[in-house]
Write a protein that binds this ligand. Structure first.
Ligand code: SF4
Length: 237
């Protein structure tokens, strides 16, 4: 008789997904005050990327990875004058597109992606941008972050795309201690009151870009300084 097989070792218990901690009443009141202040200061914040329609918004956001909005606007100002729809972009082709965007980082890859995504829009979506997250994210060069920016900007789905500015400001304002952009996004989405969610992405980006800058944050002119736990760190510096 063959020896009985040894029983497999029991599997370690699966770790439950980490939930964001619920804000204490004091923290919730501070967060409400923070975003209410942003709302009073800039009631209708918008992206600084120039675009003419959903298609040019997708292209502009895809081009903006690792590039400043100013650089992208300079390039798209001329590009969108000759190609502001998928058909014209495909007609321009990769080699025709490159001279317009050569001042932007990773321009060869971006040119390949823009032409490929334009072809897909023509072949599968009648030349329109699908305004659903899954379809958007499936386009070449359009990841979760780009899809979030597009859907948020077009008021289709409130979303927080965490870039370097949002990441820094979220930490300084003690809205998240997340170590990755995904964790910070998760925390922000959970704690920012719903009425502010669509605009929060812009407020945090613009605040990080112009006031709560990386090296020497301008705490003395910050509209939320009295609500910021990090202010003392920098005011004395
Ligand atoms: S007080 Fe200073 S550290 Fe805090 S959010 Fe404002 S600029 Fe940033």
């Amino acid at each position: 008789m063959p020896a009985a097989k040894p029983k497999p070792a029991p599997r370690p218990a699966r770790k439950p997904a980490k939930r964001p901690r619920r804000a204490s009443p004091a923290q919730a009141a501070r967060i409400e005050a923070l975003f209410s202040r942003f709302a009073q200061t800039a009631p209708d914040p918008r992206t600084e990327l120039d675009f003419k329609n959903p298609y040019t918004l997708v292209v502009a956001v895809a081009l903006s990875a690792q590039a400043t909005d100013k650089m992208v606007n300079k390039a798209t100002d001329k590009l969108f004058a000759v190609a502001d729809n998928p058909a014209d972009m495909v007609a321009l082709g990769e080699e025709g597109l490159i001279p317009f965007i050569a001042s932007i980082g990773l321009y060869r890859t971006k040119a390949r992606n823009v032409i490929a995504l334009s072809r897909i829009l023509l072949d599968q979506y009648g030349g329109q941008v699908p305004l659903k997250r899954e379809a958007l994210q499936a386009l070449p060069g359009v990841g979760r972050k780009t899809a979030s920016v597009v859907l948020n900007e077009l008021d289709i789905e409130p979303a927080i795309a965490v870039d370097t500015h949002v990441f820094r400001v979220a930490h300084r304002l003690k809205l998240s201690a997340g170590k990755t952009p995904d964790q910070v996004e998760h925390d922000l989405t959970a704690i920012i009151p719903k009425p502010y969610l669509t605009r929060a992405h812009h407020w945090l980006i613009l605040h990080g870009r112009y006031v709560c800058v990386a090296r020497k944050p301008k705490c003395a002119e910050c509209v939320v300084a009295d609500l910021c736990p990090s202010r003392e760190l920098f005011l004395g510096a």
